[in-house]
Design a protein around this ligand. Structure first.
Ligand code: PLP
Length: 452
């Protein structure tokens, strides 16, 4: 490598337009430049090591530097570095990968469609919803119900689907087919004294009212993350999906589970759909499918949707959708290696064990802290919401300022976390061990106490 280590930060600022970064923050602090990773740790160009409490961006589930994955990728790359699946072509390793994925689906699924990111996968799902309804003679069923605080991607359609106003202006689709319903954000949105179950019923009534207002015959699908991630780490309140799903079924609305983060073990089950007993019509997955070693997404299509597509194939002609990398052999090799490791490493059992330990240690260390309003999550997807006043839940002024201060204090203690507003989030590699969880909690506790 020829990059001058001392100048790397300056060259970065002169050359890179960073995703999801405030230019002012970057100018003030400069970038942290990472150059290697092993296990749950990453190392910057100056040799400073960090415990990565976020598995990159909720994706490096099996940890960094896994030879089993890098070797599979290298071997595949030497054998066939690229080909595609357009126009009747296919690739041996991609076929093997599709079959392996279908075997692991939470409910019987008929087909897998590959892409390169969670965003493109959710666009594929939206198109599949429209395609399915077009083919069964209901072309007007186009609207997509998404939830406030959801995150579904950064494309023009998926940013509009996302329920974060900061992602909309100035990018919101002007005539978008998207309607938003309330987030299941029990801590912030439930009226005083309302139980989780009652709040779930309340959200279900809101959804029914929305469907009645818009007209069920104009609505194609409901998109949901199992646990909301980027929108503030929000697990569903008790009974939420039990209340919502019958309403979707009664109104002929497809359930699309966005499992880009929750898929492949993060919640302690293979799929979030299993955690919440769901039978989705479509499932979006990405990130953990290759443990972040290769950009890849996989959309699962249920027999209900596929049967309509297949039985109308002659009339429909060519499926006019696909990406250059919709069957990438190196991605397929990475995924096959990652899927094997999820089984061999006993990842699901480890997530359950370390999740219990992380929750109980965070509660023991910070549960009584004056600024800790809520500690919530599922599996290894955990958020700590900081507030100015625990009793009233009053937020700190200037959302995200306190969160960022804690994030920086954690980084000083060589711990990577993420601030979603003033909710600090942990989604470490799923192979994290007990000692590393202890280290994470100690460093985070020190960071919170240093700032607040
Ligand atoms: N869906 C969810 C639930 C996500 O968390 C993300 C990214 O974090 C996406 C979709 C978009 O994935 P990508 O960034 O790979 O496009």
């Amino acid at each position: 490598m020829t990059l001058d280590i001392q100048l790397a930060g300056r060259i970065d600022q002169q050359s890179l337009f960073h995703p999801f970064t405030a230019i002012t923050d970057l100018k003030a602090d400069g970038p942290t430049v990472i150059s290697s990773g092993k296990g749950v740790r990453i190392t910057d160009i100056h040799g400073q090591e960090y415990l990565d409490g976020m598995a990159g961006l909720w994706c490096v589930n099996l940890g960094y530097g896994r030879e089993e994955i890098t070797e599979a990728m290298a071997e595949q790359s030497r054998k066939l570095s690229f080909f595609h699946a357009f126009n009747g072509m296919s690739i041996d390793v991609t076929i093997e990968c599709a079959e392996a994925l279908l075997k692991r689906a939470p409910v019987p699924m008929a087909r897998v469609f590959f892409g390169a990111s969670g965003s493109d996968a959710n666009e594929t799902q939206a198109k599949l919803v429209w395609y399915y309804n077009q083919l069964r003679g209901k072309p007007e069923k186009k609207k997509l119900i998404c939830r406030w605080n959801s995150y579904h991607g950064s494309g023009v359609l998926t940013a509009s689907m996302t329920g974060l106003p900061g992602m909309h202006a100035p990018f919101l689709l002007p005539m978008g087919p998207i309607v938003h319903t309330d987030a299941p954000y029990y801590y912030r949105k439930a009226p005083e004294g309302m139980s989780e179950r009652e709040f779930s019923r309340h959200l279900a009534r809101e959804l029914e009212a929305l469907i009645a207002r818009e007209g069920a015959d104009t609505i194609g699908a409901f998109f949901a993350e199992a646990v909301m991630g980027a929108g503030g780490l929000i697990p569903p309140p008790e009974g939420y999906f039990e209340e919502i799903v019958p309403i979707l079924r009664a109104n002929d609305i497809l359930l699309v589970m966005d499992e880009v983060v929750s898929g492949y073990g993060r919640l302690g089950t293979y799929w979030g759909s299993q955690t919440y007993g769901l039978e989705p019509d479509l499932i979006t997955s990405a990130k953990g499918v290759t443990s972040g070693y290769f950009p890849m997404s996989a959309c699962f299509i249920s027999p209900k949707v596929w049967d309509v597509i297949e039985s109308n194939a002659e009339r429909a002609g060519l499926f006019g959708h696909g990406y250059t990398y919709s069957a990438h052999p190196v991605g397929a090799a990475a995924a096959l290696a990652a899927l094997r490791l999820i089984d061999e490493d006993n990842v699901l059992a480890n997530v359950q064990e370390q999740s219990d330990h992380l929750f109980s240690s965070l509660r023991a260390r910070l549960g009584d802290h004056w600024a800790v309003g809520d500690i919530r999550g599922k599996g290894l997807m955990i958020g700590v919401e900081l507030v100015k006043d625990r009793a009233t839940k009053e937020a700190f002024p200037m959302a995200n300022r306190t969160g960022r201060q804690v994030l920086k204090a954690a980084a000083k203690r060589s711990l990577i976390t993420r601030a979603l507003g003033d909710t600090l989030v942990f989604a470490p590699p799923l192979v994290i061990n007990r000692a590393e969880v202890d280290e994470l909690v100690e460093k985070f506790g020190d960071a919170v106490e240093a700032v607040l």
